[in-house]
Design a binder for this molecule. Structure first.
Ligand SMILES: Nc1ncnc2c1ncn2[C@@H]1O[C@H](COP(=O)(O)OP(=O)(O)O)[C@@H](O)[C@H]1O
Ligand SMILES: [Mg+2]
Length: 234
């Protein structure tokens, strides 16, 4: 079964036709990198999938059609979203933020508080601290953890390494591999080729609102110099 299938996805901001027939799939247990330059349409793709924008086309998640559903409904179906903007409640503590991510009423998911605190010892140290005083990187990790508390089968994570030091980028790569090893699929939106090369099973490149390349990260590196020059390297 395909985890996520996007077909002929279009979206507009006013009269500007930003997504022009986006098409790709994510299979269970895969990390798929969605690469592209700033403004290529990656975040818009994520928002359209999550029901946060008016869009047309077809999006199927675990075999169910998503178009027309509300964002909360989509996340409850098991599609987690970690947006570019750090999406935390600054006046609540770290622990309270995690509680808010828990799936209500459901049986225990695959992640608990201890898993989060083991993965991110820094969050354990700061569990009773107001989230608003955490560093940018810590807030990003808290956003990821809150999403995981909802027990997603797939997460879409938008530029998680933006502005992080190289050492922290490596950590993030490790966390995402950890998610995959526990059965969570990942759609990783990135600008940099490096993290995608290191951990993704497949790479997609977006340009002007369309997928302009799909293949293994190795083939993008060795056979697709023109794609990299035109759509990735600045
Ligand atoms: N809220 C918005 N209103 C109008 N245009 C937008 C808005 N958000 C993004 N855009 C435009 O849509 C295009 C795609 O943006 P985006 O999806 O954010 O790209 P990426 O995430 O790949 O950097 C860009 O031309 C951008 O300027
Ligand atoms: Mg973006």
């Amino acid at each position: 079964m395909t985890m996520l299938r996007v077909d002929d996805l279009h979206a507009w901001y006013g009269k500007s036709h930003v997504l022009q027939g986006v098409r790709f799939s994510v299979h269970p247990g895969e990390i798929v990198a969605l690469l592209g330059r700033n403004g290529s349409g990656r975040s818009t793709t994520a928002k359209a999938i999550m029901g946060l924008l008016d869009a047309s086309g077809r999006v199927d998640f675990k075999g169910a059609a998503l178009m027309g559903r509300k964002p909360y409904e989509i996340s409850r179906m098991g599609l987690g979203y970690v947006p570019e903007s750090r999406d935390i409640f600054p006046a609540l503590t770290v622990h309270q933020n995690l509680m808010l991510g828990q799936k209500s009423g459901a049986a225990a998911g695959r992640w608990g508080f201890d898993d989060m605190y083991q993965m991110f010892p820094r969050l354990r140290e700061r569990q009773h601290t107001e989230a608003g005083v955490l560093s940018g990187g810590e807030q990003q990790m808290l956003t990821l953890c809150r999403t995981l508390m909802g027990d997603p089968d797939l997460i879409i994570i938008d530029e998680p390494t933006e502005g992080l030091a190289p050492q922290v980028v490596e950590q993030v790569a490790g966390y995402l591999q950890n998610l995959r090893s526990r059965g969570v699929s990942v759609l990783l939106i990135e600008q940099k080729l490096t993290i995608a090369m290191a951990i993704s099973d497949r790479a997609l490149v977006m340009g002007h609102g369309q997928i302009v390349f799909e293949g293994t990260p190795q083939s993008l590196e060795t056979d697709a110099a023109a794609v990299r020059r035109e759509w990735l390297e600045v």
